[in-house]
Structures are given as C-alpha cells and as structure tokens.
Design a protein around this ligand. Structure first.
Ligand code: 39A
Length: 215
C-alpha cells in the first residue's frame, strides 16, 4: 500500500519518484529504441495495447527492415498488417502508419526535417493521432519540450487526491511545476539536464512506478 502523501505541485511528485530510482536500468530518455523513427511507430502502435505487444510488432518490423520512413511509406499493406498483428487494431494502425509516412515525406521530405519543423497541430490533423500520441512523438521522437501525460499520470495523481478536468489541464500542471523549479531540479540532478530529457524521465518514472505498484 502506497502512503497517500500530499502532492502540491509536479516538482514534489518528481522528487518523490526520483527518490525511488525507477529508471536505473533504462536509457537516458527512457523510451527504448534504436532510432527516433522507431519511437514514432511505437507511439502509434502503443495505442490501446500493452507495451510488451508493441515490442513484438517492432521486432517484426525490424526484421523486415521497415523501421525507416522510406520503406514504411511504400510497404505492401498486407505485409504491414501481419507484422503489427501483436499490437492489435492491425488494419486501422497499418493504414494510419502508411498514410502518416507518406504525409511526412510529402510535406517534410525527410524524417530529420519533420522532427525539426513539425508542430503539434500538424500531428493532431493526422488520422489516428490524438493529444497523447502527438506529445509522445514530439517529446520522445523529436526531442521537443512537451510532456506526455497518460492514463497512468491521471491515475497516480488521482490517488494522491489531485483531479483534472482534461488532458490539457493535467499536462499544464505537470509542466508548470517542472518549469518553475527548473533550477532546483538541476541542483537535484547535479548536471544541466535539458527540459526535454526531464519531461521524458518524469513521464517514464510515472509509467514505471504505476507498473510496479498496482494502484
Ligand atoms: N506504456 C508505455 C510503456 N511502458 C513504454 N514502456 C513501458 C517502455 N513506452 C515506451 C511507452 N508506453
């Protein structure tokens, strides 16, 4: 049973989670991947399924050399459907991945340009991309200063008695306390951690905490 402490702002939550060394065996940015395009694919595949299923689909895509923008944009849809079967909603997700890849190539020419110039609204205009997926792509694939909030974040804060009306409010609460206390956080870490890495690690800590404590 986790003690119900009072958490007044997201800095306090970060401190509470940081004390527990939840990311000891994880990469610096938490989200496991060999390249940033793989993160984008993972962000779509993880919708409505467990991460373990996403890993199986990503392994299949790796074996088919489909973890890059050019190959994914021209893949045969049936091959993609079969490869991503483990992560569910295979027909819908394969259509969306192919269309997204084509749109990225058409409008940004390369994944590097996409990461540099894409904005949140462009992502939200794509079929199948909502706020959480858009922010996961911006934060973990494009390394921009957006914090992802998800069902784990909502549930953890609710456990500590903090309720939010919608995604936007929860995200604003998470980002505000980090921004406001940035100097203290740098002191806590002992090095100049970027805001993007902080958001990545903060969200990663929340997910790992929730996976190890069934709240
Ligand atoms: N739900 C999740 C995850 N659970 C995850 N990992 C574990 C590593 N990622 C990267 C995204 N969504």
């Amino acid at each position: 049973m986790i003690k119900k402490i009072k958490i007044s702002n997201s800095f306090e939550l970060l401190k509470y989670l940081k004390e527990q060394n939840l990311l000891e065996n994880h990469l610096s940015f938490w989200w496991p991947s060999n390249n940033d395009f793989e993160v984008l694919i993972g962000a779509i595949l993880t919708q409505n399924t467990k991460w373990i299923n996403v890993e199986k689909s990503l392994d299949n895509l790796r074996n088919l050399n489909l973890l890059n923008l050019e190959n994914l944009s021209k893949v045969d849809e049936n091959i993609l459907i079969e490869a991503i079967t483990p992560s569910g909603f295979k027909n819908q997700k394969s259509k969306r991945l192919i269309q997204l890849s084509k749109n990225i190539l058409e409008q940004f020419s390369s994944f590097e340009n996409f990461c540099k110039y894409v904005d949140r609204q462009w992502l939200l205009n794509q079929k199948g991309i909502g706020e959480e997926t858009a922010d996961a792509i911006l934060c973990y694939a494009c390394h921009k200063e957006f914090m992802v909030v998800d069902k784990y974040t909502k549930r953890l804060l609710s456990y500590f008695g903090n309720e939010f009306e919608n995604y936007e409010q929860l995200q604003a609460w998470c980002e505000y306390g980090i921004n406001k206390n940035y100097d203290k956080i740098v002191q806590l870490y002992g090095f100049e951690i970027s805001l993007n890495m902080l958001y990545c690690r903060f969200h990663g800590k929340i997910v790992e905490f929730m996976k190890s404590h069934k709240l």
